[in-house]
Design a protein around this ligand. Sequence first.
Ligand code: ADP
Ligand code: MG
Length: 289
Amino acid sequence: MVRCESLVHIYQTGSVEVQALQGLDLVVAPGEMIAVVGASGSGKSTLLSILAGVETPTAGRAQVGEWDLLTMSRADRVRFRRTTVGFVRQQTASNLVPYLTARQVIDLPMTAAGTRSRVRRARCDELLETLGVADCADRRPAQMSGGQQQRVAIAVALANRPRLLLADEPTGELDGATSAEVFEAVRHVNRQFGVTAVIVTHDPEVSAHVERTVAIRDGRTSSEVVRRAATGADGDTRVSAVEYAVMDRAGRIQVPREYRDALALTRRVRLALERDHVTIHPDDTGATA
Ligand code: ADP
Ligand code: MG
């Protein structure tokens, strides 16, 4: 559903260049729900804006379904944003309109897409119901809780039946219990509608709701944590989490700082191929970098 390879994005303001993404790799399978984590400024929002078709990447490859985000025309970009992706933005307030009710705001993207009114009404009811906010149908944002507002925002994003749902820190302004409720709502639509979901968060709790967490550091994917549930001989189900380093097409991987510090790995290391793994040894020639 999503394929990014060596993705680069540079923001240029006047004479200042910021390289927000510097060779990011990411693959998301259809129907998957993943979390993207990383420190502030690591490039998470930039990645989502690119996948949402809002920003055009500077270099590399980025595809969503059959759409190529680097070469698509302006008209295709409009169509892509209307039909293929749904985007929940970082600020809660920016997803809704103060003077529109939940029903009216969910209706907007469908009206823009030229959907007939009977279909719009049925879809709106289905979304309000699925997201557990049927009681908010005729309320304006000021009459809803933060969690209800975000669930309505998800309904808006899903109105035109996109294949990819993107959410940028959808729970950033919510407390723990309400956050869990919003993540569960995304999980629910992911299962019910089969929509692929990519959620940016700095909430460590979110990894409990997804099978895969991708970590971005300095504009590159540095690691992935994969969660698997396995049922043992005693019938108990245990969830194991395994951390993987991400290797790019050229074979580069990032060795975590703790590992480098522990063995004084610096500029040059020695690699050895074993039967079923590779070892990395410190430079033992006494040469200084
Ligand atoms: P995150 O969402 O992980 O906090 P961002 O993608 O927002 O990170 O930002 C990545 C880098 O790009 C940061 O250094 C940020 O200052 C810079 N940046 C983000 N948006 C813009 C912009 N519109 N213009 C210039 N620089 C930007
Ligand atoms: Mg951000």
